[in-house]
Design a binder for this molecule. Structure first.
Ligand SMILES: Nc1nc2c(ncn2[C@@H]2O[C@H](COP(=O)(O)OP(=O)(O)O)[C@@H](O)[C@H]2O)c(=O)[nH]1
Ligand SMILES: [Mg+2]
Length: 432
Protein backbone atom coordinates (compact mmCIF):
# COMPACT_ATOMS: atom_id res chain seq x y z
CA UNK A 1 0.00 0.00 0.00
CA UNK A 2 1.36 3.45 -0.83
CA UNK A 3 1.27 6.44 1.50
CA UNK A 4 -1.69 8.79 1.38
CA UNK A 5 -0.71 12.43 0.96
CA UNK A 6 -2.64 15.53 1.92
CA UNK A 7 -2.31 19.24 1.15
CA UNK A 8 -4.24 22.44 0.67
CA UNK A 9 -4.83 22.72 -3.09
CA UNK A 10 -6.12 26.27 -3.18
CA UNK A 11 -4.16 29.41 -2.32
CA UNK A 12 -3.28 30.02 1.31
CA UNK A 13 -5.11 32.83 3.16
CA UNK A 14 -8.60 34.16 3.67
CA UNK A 15 -11.16 32.99 1.08
CA UNK A 16 -14.76 31.83 0.77
CA UNK A 17 -13.88 28.24 -0.07
CA UNK A 18 -10.72 26.19 0.12
CA UNK A 19 -9.99 22.70 -1.18
CA UNK A 20 -8.00 20.18 0.82
CA UNK A 21 -7.00 17.14 -1.20
CA UNK A 22 -5.88 13.65 -0.20
CA UNK A 23 -4.50 11.02 -2.56
CA UNK A 24 -3.39 7.44 -1.96
CA UNK A 25 -4.64 3.90 -1.40
CA UNK A 26 -6.11 4.77 1.98
CA UNK A 27 -7.59 8.19 1.16
CA UNK A 28 -11.23 7.05 1.12
CA UNK A 29 -10.92 5.01 4.34
CA UNK A 30 -9.28 7.93 6.11
CA UNK A 31 -11.98 10.39 5.00
CA UNK A 32 -14.78 8.07 6.13
CA UNK A 33 -13.47 8.29 9.70
CA UNK A 34 -14.39 11.95 10.11
CA UNK A 35 -16.71 13.04 7.29
CA UNK A 36 -20.37 12.03 7.43
CA UNK A 37 -22.44 11.17 5.62
CA UNK A 38 -19.65 10.05 3.28
CA UNK A 39 -20.76 10.23 -0.40
CA UNK A 40 -22.18 6.93 -1.64
CA UNK A 41 -20.84 7.34 -5.15
CA UNK A 42 -17.65 8.73 -6.63
CA UNK A 43 -17.48 12.05 -8.54
CA UNK A 44 -20.42 13.55 -6.60
CA UNK A 45 -20.11 16.42 -4.16
CA UNK A 46 -21.88 15.65 -0.90
CA UNK A 47 -22.71 18.15 1.84
CA UNK A 48 -21.91 16.90 5.34
CA UNK A 49 -20.11 17.42 8.59
CA UNK A 50 -16.37 17.18 8.92
CA UNK A 51 -15.43 16.47 12.53
CA UNK A 52 -12.18 18.11 13.51
CA UNK A 53 -10.48 17.95 16.90
CA UNK A 54 -11.99 21.20 18.23
CA UNK A 55 -15.04 21.97 16.06
CA UNK A 56 -17.39 20.61 13.41
CA UNK A 57 -17.02 22.04 9.96
CA UNK A 58 -19.90 22.06 7.48
CA UNK A 59 -18.18 21.11 4.26
CA UNK A 60 -18.57 19.23 1.03
CA UNK A 61 -16.76 16.07 0.09
CA UNK A 62 -16.14 14.32 -3.21
CA UNK A 63 -14.11 11.20 -3.89
CA UNK A 64 -12.64 9.73 -7.06
CA UNK A 65 -11.81 6.03 -7.26
CA UNK A 66 -8.51 4.85 -8.72
CA UNK A 67 -7.66 5.02 -11.54
CA UNK A 68 -10.28 7.63 -12.44
CA UNK A 69 -8.70 10.62 -10.75
CA UNK A 70 -6.09 13.28 -11.46
CA UNK A 71 -3.37 11.25 -9.72
CA UNK A 72 -4.70 7.87 -10.83
CA UNK A 73 -5.08 6.95 -7.13
CA UNK A 74 -8.01 7.08 -4.73
CA UNK A 75 -8.53 10.77 -4.15
CA UNK A 76 -10.73 12.73 -1.74
CA UNK A 77 -11.38 16.46 -1.81
CA UNK A 78 -12.89 18.48 1.00
CA UNK A 79 -14.40 21.80 -0.02
CA UNK A 80 -14.37 23.65 3.26
CA UNK A 81 -14.48 27.26 4.46
CA UNK A 82 -11.40 29.19 3.44
CA UNK A 83 -9.05 30.62 6.02
CA UNK A 84 -6.03 29.42 7.90
CA UNK A 85 -7.51 27.79 10.98
CA UNK A 86 -10.22 25.73 9.24
CA UNK A 87 -7.88 24.39 6.58
CA UNK A 88 -5.20 23.62 9.14
CA UNK A 89 -7.70 21.69 11.28
CA UNK A 90 -8.91 19.66 8.27
CA UNK A 91 -5.36 18.82 7.23
CA UNK A 92 -4.47 17.86 10.81
CA UNK A 93 -7.48 15.57 10.95
CA UNK A 94 -6.29 13.81 7.76
CA UNK A 95 -2.79 13.43 9.19
CA UNK A 96 -4.08 12.16 12.53
CA UNK A 97 -5.93 9.42 10.67
CA UNK A 98 -2.97 8.25 8.63
CA UNK A 99 -2.17 10.74 5.83
CA UNK A 100 1.19 12.48 5.48
CA UNK A 101 1.83 16.05 4.26
CA UNK A 102 2.50 16.16 0.50
CA UNK A 103 5.69 17.50 -1.03
CA UNK A 104 5.57 20.24 -3.69
CA UNK A 105 4.16 18.76 -6.89
CA UNK A 106 3.64 15.33 -5.37
CA UNK A 107 0.06 14.96 -6.64
CA UNK A 108 1.23 15.67 -10.18
CA UNK A 109 4.29 13.47 -9.85
CA UNK A 110 2.02 10.61 -8.83
CA UNK A 111 -0.13 11.37 -11.90
CA UNK A 112 3.03 11.00 -14.02
CA UNK A 113 4.07 7.76 -12.33
CA UNK A 114 0.57 6.37 -12.86
CA UNK A 115 0.64 7.26 -16.56
CA UNK A 116 -1.97 10.02 -16.22
CA UNK A 117 0.28 12.68 -17.68
CA UNK A 118 3.66 13.02 -19.36
CA UNK A 119 6.34 15.58 -18.63
CA UNK A 120 5.15 18.04 -21.26
CA UNK A 121 1.66 17.97 -19.70
CA UNK A 122 3.19 18.76 -16.33
CA UNK A 123 5.26 21.57 -17.79
CA UNK A 124 2.08 22.86 -19.48
CA UNK A 125 0.41 23.06 -16.07
CA UNK A 126 3.33 25.09 -14.70
CA UNK A 127 3.19 27.42 -17.70
CA UNK A 128 -0.57 27.88 -17.27
CA UNK A 129 -0.18 28.76 -13.60
CA UNK A 130 2.67 31.18 -14.34
CA UNK A 131 1.04 32.79 -17.40
CA UNK A 132 0.53 36.56 -17.26
CA UNK A 133 -0.85 36.96 -20.77
CA UNK A 134 -3.32 34.94 -22.83
CA UNK A 135 -0.48 34.12 -25.27
CA UNK A 136 1.53 32.53 -22.49
CA UNK A 137 -1.54 30.67 -21.20
CA UNK A 138 -2.26 29.35 -24.68
CA UNK A 139 1.28 28.00 -24.99
CA UNK A 140 0.77 26.21 -21.68
CA UNK A 141 -2.64 24.92 -22.76
CA UNK A 142 -1.11 23.43 -25.91
CA UNK A 143 1.37 21.50 -23.80
CA UNK A 144 -1.38 20.39 -21.48
CA UNK A 145 -3.41 19.19 -24.45
CA UNK A 146 -0.38 17.11 -25.38
CA UNK A 147 0.19 18.73 -28.78
CA UNK A 148 3.97 18.55 -28.41
CA UNK A 149 3.74 15.11 -26.80
CA UNK A 150 1.80 13.73 -29.78
CA UNK A 151 4.18 15.28 -32.27
CA UNK A 152 7.18 13.78 -30.48
CA UNK A 153 5.57 10.33 -30.36
CA UNK A 154 4.84 10.52 -34.11
CA UNK A 155 8.48 11.33 -34.82
CA UNK A 156 9.62 8.57 -32.49
CA UNK A 157 7.39 6.11 -34.37
CA UNK A 158 8.97 7.00 -37.70
CA UNK A 159 12.38 6.41 -36.12
CA UNK A 160 11.17 3.13 -34.67
CA UNK A 161 10.08 1.92 -38.12
CA UNK A 162 13.50 2.66 -39.57
CA UNK A 163 15.18 1.22 -36.54
CA UNK A 164 13.24 -2.03 -36.68
CA UNK A 165 14.07 -2.48 -40.36
CA UNK A 166 17.78 -2.11 -39.51
CA UNK A 167 17.56 -4.36 -36.47
CA UNK A 168 15.69 -7.11 -38.33
CA UNK A 169 18.34 -7.16 -41.02
CA UNK A 170 21.04 -7.32 -38.34
CA UNK A 171 19.40 -9.95 -36.15
CA UNK A 172 18.20 -12.36 -38.84
CA UNK A 173 20.81 -12.21 -41.61
CA UNK A 174 19.96 -15.82 -42.58
CA UNK A 175 16.32 -14.86 -43.25
CA UNK A 176 17.33 -13.15 -46.46
CA UNK A 177 15.38 -10.04 -45.45
CA UNK A 178 15.46 -7.14 -47.80
CA UNK A 179 18.13 -4.81 -46.47
CA UNK A 180 17.00 -1.25 -45.82
CA UNK A 181 18.55 0.90 -48.55
CA UNK A 182 20.82 3.78 -47.62
CA UNK A 183 18.69 6.19 -49.64
CA UNK A 184 15.41 4.94 -48.17
CA UNK A 185 16.66 5.26 -44.60
CA UNK A 186 18.11 8.69 -45.27
CA UNK A 187 14.84 9.96 -46.73
CA UNK A 188 12.94 8.90 -43.61
CA UNK A 189 15.53 10.41 -41.31
CA UNK A 190 15.59 13.65 -43.26
CA UNK A 191 11.83 13.93 -42.87
CA UNK A 192 12.23 13.66 -39.11
CA UNK A 193 15.14 16.12 -39.16
CA UNK A 194 12.98 18.65 -40.98
CA UNK A 195 10.18 18.29 -38.46
CA UNK A 196 12.63 18.74 -35.59
CA UNK A 197 14.04 21.85 -37.28
CA UNK A 198 10.52 23.23 -37.74
CA UNK A 199 9.85 22.83 -34.04
CA UNK A 200 13.17 24.46 -33.13
CA UNK A 201 12.40 27.45 -35.32
CA UNK A 202 9.21 28.19 -33.36
CA UNK A 203 11.25 28.80 -30.20
CA UNK A 204 11.93 32.48 -30.94
CA UNK A 205 8.22 33.20 -31.12
CA UNK A 206 7.65 30.88 -28.18
CA UNK A 207 9.96 32.98 -26.06
CA UNK A 208 8.01 36.10 -26.97
CA UNK A 209 4.71 34.37 -26.09
CA UNK A 210 6.01 33.12 -22.76
CA UNK A 211 8.30 35.86 -21.48
CA UNK A 212 7.36 38.84 -23.60
CA UNK A 213 9.87 41.27 -25.12
CA UNK A 214 12.60 43.02 -23.10
CA UNK A 215 13.03 46.58 -24.29
CA UNK A 216 15.87 48.72 -22.91
CA UNK A 217 15.40 52.50 -23.08
CA UNK A 218 18.80 54.16 -23.40
CA UNK A 219 20.34 57.47 -24.41
CA UNK A 220 21.92 60.65 -23.13
CA UNK A 221 20.62 62.38 -19.97
CA UNK A 222 17.43 64.47 -20.28
CA UNK A 223 16.32 63.18 -23.69
CA UNK A 224 13.09 61.95 -22.08
CA UNK A 225 13.75 58.27 -21.38
CA UNK A 226 11.85 58.21 -18.10
CA UNK A 227 9.05 60.30 -19.61
CA UNK A 228 8.78 57.73 -22.40
CA UNK A 229 8.68 54.88 -19.92
CA UNK A 230 5.80 56.56 -18.13
CA UNK A 231 3.98 57.26 -21.39
CA UNK A 232 4.45 53.65 -22.52
CA UNK A 233 3.12 52.33 -19.22
CA UNK A 234 0.39 54.90 -18.92
CA UNK A 235 1.43 55.63 -15.30
CA UNK A 236 3.88 57.96 -13.62
CA UNK A 237 6.24 55.15 -12.69
CA UNK A 238 9.63 56.87 -13.04
CA UNK A 239 10.75 60.22 -11.68
CA UNK A 240 11.01 62.80 -14.45
CA UNK A 241 12.97 66.03 -14.08
CA UNK A 242 15.12 68.40 -16.07
CA UNK A 243 18.02 67.71 -13.72
CA UNK A 244 20.60 65.50 -15.43
CA UNK A 245 21.28 62.21 -13.67
CA UNK A 246 17.81 61.84 -12.14
CA UNK A 247 17.57 58.16 -13.05
CA UNK A 248 20.53 56.42 -11.46
CA UNK A 249 19.41 52.80 -11.41
CA UNK A 250 17.65 50.65 -13.97
CA UNK A 251 13.90 50.44 -13.50
CA UNK A 252 11.80 47.68 -15.07
CA UNK A 253 8.07 47.58 -15.54
CA UNK A 254 5.80 45.50 -17.75
CA UNK A 255 2.72 46.32 -19.73
CA UNK A 256 0.59 44.10 -21.97
CA UNK A 257 0.08 45.18 -25.55
CA UNK A 258 -2.12 43.04 -27.82
CA UNK A 259 -1.62 40.10 -25.48
CA UNK A 260 2.17 40.35 -25.46
CA UNK A 261 4.08 41.35 -22.38
CA UNK A 262 6.45 44.26 -22.97
CA UNK A 263 9.11 44.56 -20.29
CA UNK A 264 10.47 48.10 -20.47
CA UNK A 265 13.74 48.93 -18.73
CA UNK A 266 14.43 52.61 -18.08
CA UNK A 267 18.11 53.36 -17.55
CA UNK A 268 20.46 56.07 -16.34
CA UNK A 269 21.50 58.60 -18.98
CA UNK A 270 24.82 57.71 -20.59
CA UNK A 271 27.47 60.35 -19.80
CA UNK A 272 30.87 60.71 -18.20
CA UNK A 273 30.43 61.26 -14.50
CA UNK A 274 32.68 61.45 -11.48
CA UNK A 275 29.84 60.34 -9.22
CA UNK A 276 30.42 56.65 -8.39
CA UNK A 277 26.69 55.95 -8.05
CA UNK A 278 26.00 57.44 -11.45
CA UNK A 279 28.94 55.51 -12.95
CA UNK A 280 27.37 52.30 -11.67
CA UNK A 281 24.04 53.42 -13.17
CA UNK A 282 25.70 53.89 -16.55
CA UNK A 283 27.32 50.46 -16.27
CA UNK A 284 23.90 48.95 -15.54
CA UNK A 285 22.38 50.80 -18.47
CA UNK A 286 24.94 49.24 -20.77
CA UNK A 287 24.25 45.82 -19.30
CA UNK A 288 20.49 46.28 -19.77
CA UNK A 289 21.04 47.25 -23.40
CA UNK A 290 23.33 44.30 -24.08
CA UNK A 291 20.85 41.78 -22.69
CA UNK A 292 17.65 43.30 -24.10
CA UNK A 293 15.71 41.86 -27.04
CA UNK A 294 15.63 45.33 -28.55
CA UNK A 295 17.13 48.68 -27.57
CA UNK A 296 15.31 52.00 -27.92
CA UNK A 297 18.00 54.58 -28.54
CA UNK A 298 16.38 57.84 -27.51
CA UNK A 299 17.56 61.23 -28.71
CA UNK A 300 16.00 64.69 -28.67
CA UNK A 301 18.33 66.16 -31.28
CA UNK A 302 16.69 66.06 -34.73
CA UNK A 303 20.07 65.86 -36.50
CA UNK A 304 21.44 63.01 -34.38
CA UNK A 305 22.45 60.07 -36.59
CA UNK A 306 24.48 58.24 -33.98
CA UNK A 307 24.15 54.52 -33.37
CA UNK A 308 24.08 53.13 -29.85
CA UNK A 309 27.07 50.83 -29.16
CA UNK A 310 25.41 47.45 -28.64
CA UNK A 311 25.16 44.21 -30.57
CA UNK A 312 21.43 43.98 -29.84
CA UNK A 313 18.91 45.22 -32.42
CA UNK A 314 18.10 48.88 -31.93
CA UNK A 315 15.54 51.46 -32.95
CA UNK A 316 16.36 55.16 -32.97
CA UNK A 317 13.59 57.20 -31.39
CA UNK A 318 13.40 60.98 -31.75
CA UNK A 319 11.60 62.27 -28.68
CA UNK A 320 10.24 65.78 -28.00
CA UNK A 321 8.86 66.10 -31.54
CA UNK A 322 6.60 68.87 -30.18
CA UNK A 323 9.73 71.05 -30.06
CA UNK A 324 11.01 70.21 -33.55
CA UNK A 325 10.91 72.96 -36.17
CA UNK A 326 12.06 70.69 -39.00
CA UNK A 327 11.38 66.94 -39.25
CA UNK A 328 14.32 64.85 -37.97
CA UNK A 329 17.02 63.54 -40.24
CA UNK A 330 16.54 59.80 -40.48
CA UNK A 331 13.62 58.11 -42.17
CA UNK A 332 14.21 54.74 -40.51
CA UNK A 333 13.60 56.21 -37.05
CA UNK A 334 10.51 56.73 -34.93
CA UNK A 335 9.32 60.21 -34.07
CA UNK A 336 7.36 60.65 -30.85
CA UNK A 337 6.60 63.06 -28.07
CA UNK A 338 6.40 61.67 -24.56
CA UNK A 339 4.71 64.91 -23.60
CA UNK A 340 1.76 64.31 -25.94
CA UNK A 341 1.58 60.72 -24.66
CA UNK A 342 1.16 59.35 -28.16
CA UNK A 343 3.84 56.68 -28.13
CA UNK A 344 1.94 53.61 -29.34
CA UNK A 345 4.01 53.59 -32.53
CA UNK A 346 6.88 52.28 -30.39
CA UNK A 347 4.85 49.31 -29.24
CA UNK A 348 3.37 48.54 -32.65
CA UNK A 349 6.81 48.73 -34.31
CA UNK A 350 8.33 46.29 -31.82
CA UNK A 351 5.27 44.04 -32.10
CA UNK A 352 5.78 43.89 -35.89
CA UNK A 353 9.53 43.48 -35.56
CA UNK A 354 9.06 40.28 -33.53
CA UNK A 355 6.16 39.01 -35.70
CA UNK A 356 4.17 38.74 -32.49
CA UNK A 357 0.92 38.70 -34.47
CA UNK A 358 1.80 35.19 -35.65
CA UNK A 359 1.51 33.84 -32.13
CA UNK A 360 -2.25 33.88 -32.28
CA UNK A 361 -2.36 31.68 -35.38
CA UNK A 362 0.39 29.32 -34.38
CA UNK A 363 -0.65 25.90 -33.28
CA UNK A 364 2.42 24.80 -31.42
CA UNK A 365 5.31 26.88 -30.12
CA UNK A 366 8.33 25.68 -28.22
CA UNK A 367 8.27 27.70 -25.01
CA UNK A 368 10.33 25.53 -22.72
CA UNK A 369 14.15 25.59 -22.57
CA UNK A 370 14.31 21.93 -21.68
CA UNK A 371 12.31 20.95 -24.77
CA UNK A 372 14.46 23.19 -26.93
CA UNK A 373 17.67 21.70 -25.64
CA UNK A 374 16.37 18.13 -26.26
CA UNK A 375 15.33 19.13 -29.79
CA UNK A 376 18.72 20.72 -30.52
CA UNK A 377 20.46 17.61 -29.26
CA UNK A 378 18.15 15.37 -31.30
CA UNK A 379 18.90 17.47 -34.38
CA UNK A 380 22.67 17.02 -33.97
CA UNK A 381 22.21 13.34 -33.42
CA UNK A 382 19.96 12.84 -36.44
CA UNK A 383 22.45 14.69 -38.64
CA UNK A 384 25.07 12.18 -37.49
CA UNK A 385 22.67 9.31 -38.12
CA UNK A 386 21.99 10.57 -41.65
CA UNK A 387 25.72 10.84 -42.33
CA UNK A 388 26.37 7.39 -40.89
CA UNK A 389 23.96 5.83 -43.41
CA UNK A 390 26.43 6.45 -46.21
CA UNK A 391 29.69 5.82 -44.39
CA UNK A 392 29.06 3.27 -41.62
CA UNK A 393 27.83 -0.23 -41.01
CA UNK A 394 24.21 -1.01 -40.24
CA UNK A 395 24.83 -1.52 -36.52
CA UNK A 396 26.28 1.99 -36.21
CA UNK A 397 23.35 3.48 -38.12
CA UNK A 398 21.00 1.60 -35.88
CA UNK A 399 22.58 2.83 -32.65
CA UNK A 400 22.66 6.41 -33.98
CA UNK A 401 18.90 6.26 -34.68
CA UNK A 402 18.29 4.82 -31.23
CA UNK A 403 20.06 7.82 -29.66
CA UNK A 404 17.74 10.24 -31.45
CA UNK A 405 14.74 8.20 -30.36
CA UNK A 406 15.89 8.36 -26.75
CA UNK A 407 16.60 12.09 -26.81
CA UNK A 408 13.11 12.79 -28.19
CA UNK A 409 11.67 10.55 -25.48
CA UNK A 410 13.20 12.77 -22.82
CA UNK A 411 10.77 15.50 -23.89
CA UNK A 412 7.70 13.50 -22.86
CA UNK A 413 9.57 11.72 -20.10
CA UNK A 414 9.30 8.22 -21.56
CA UNK A 415 13.10 7.97 -21.49
CA UNK A 416 13.85 10.74 -18.95
CA UNK A 417 15.98 10.20 -15.91
CA UNK A 418 14.62 10.34 -12.38
CA UNK A 419 16.44 13.57 -11.47
CA UNK A 420 14.96 15.43 -14.43
CA UNK A 421 11.48 14.26 -13.44
CA UNK A 422 12.08 15.32 -9.83
CA UNK A 423 13.31 18.74 -10.93
CA UNK A 424 10.20 19.38 -13.01
CA UNK A 425 7.73 18.39 -10.30
CA UNK A 426 9.55 20.31 -7.59
CA UNK A 427 8.63 23.51 -9.47
CA UNK A 428 4.97 22.91 -8.66
CA UNK A 429 3.35 24.58 -5.73
CA UNK A 430 2.19 22.59 -2.74
CA UNK A 431 -1.12 20.83 -3.31
CA UNK A 432 -0.68 20.59 -7.11
N1 LIG B 1 8.71 69.28 -24.67
C1 LIG B 1 8.95 68.05 -24.27
N2 LIG B 1 9.64 67.80 -23.15
C2 LIG B 1 9.88 66.54 -22.77
C3 LIG B 1 9.40 65.44 -23.53
N3 LIG B 1 9.80 64.31 -22.92
C4 LIG B 1 10.47 64.66 -21.81
N4 LIG B 1 10.52 66.01 -21.71
C5 LIG B 1 11.16 66.79 -20.64
O1 LIG B 1 12.56 66.53 -20.65
C6 LIG B 1 13.10 66.56 -19.33
C7 LIG B 1 13.85 65.27 -19.05
O2 LIG B 1 12.94 64.20 -19.04
P1 LIG B 1 13.27 62.79 -18.40
O3 LIG B 1 12.18 61.87 -18.77
O4 LIG B 1 13.59 62.91 -16.95
O5 LIG B 1 14.60 62.44 -19.22
P2 LIG B 1 15.67 61.27 -18.97
O6 LIG B 1 16.79 61.89 -18.22
O7 LIG B 1 16.10 60.87 -20.34
O8 LIG B 1 14.99 60.18 -18.22
C8 LIG B 1 11.90 66.77 -18.39
O9 LIG B 1 11.84 68.12 -18.06
C9 LIG B 1 10.71 66.36 -19.26
O10 LIG B 1 9.52 67.01 -18.88
C10 LIG B 1 8.67 65.72 -24.75
O11 LIG B 1 8.23 64.84 -25.49
N5 LIG B 1 8.48 67.03 -25.07
MG1 LIG C 1 15.46 59.29 -16.43
Amino acid sequence: MNTTIVALSTARGRSAIAVVRMSGDDAINIAKKFFEPFPKNPNMLKVGVLHTERFDEHAMCVYFSAPHSYTGENTVEFHCHGGTAVCQAVIEQCIKNGAVPAQNGEFSKRAFINGKQNLTNAEGIIEMIDAETASAAKAGANLLENKLGKKVIDLQNVLLDTLSACEAALDYPEEDLELPTVAGTQIKLKEVEKEIQNLISTATLGKVAKYGINVAIVGAPNVGKSSLLNALLGTERAIVSDIQGTTRDTLSESVNYKDIKFNFIDTAGIRESSDVVEQEGVRRAQKAADSADVVLHITDNPTDRSVYPTVRPQIRVFNKSDLFVEPPCCADSLIVSAKSGNVDIIKSTIYEMFSAGEIENSDLLITNERHLSCLNQAKNQIEQAIASCSNSTLDIVSSAIKQVWETLGEITGSTAQEDIIDRIYSKFCLGK
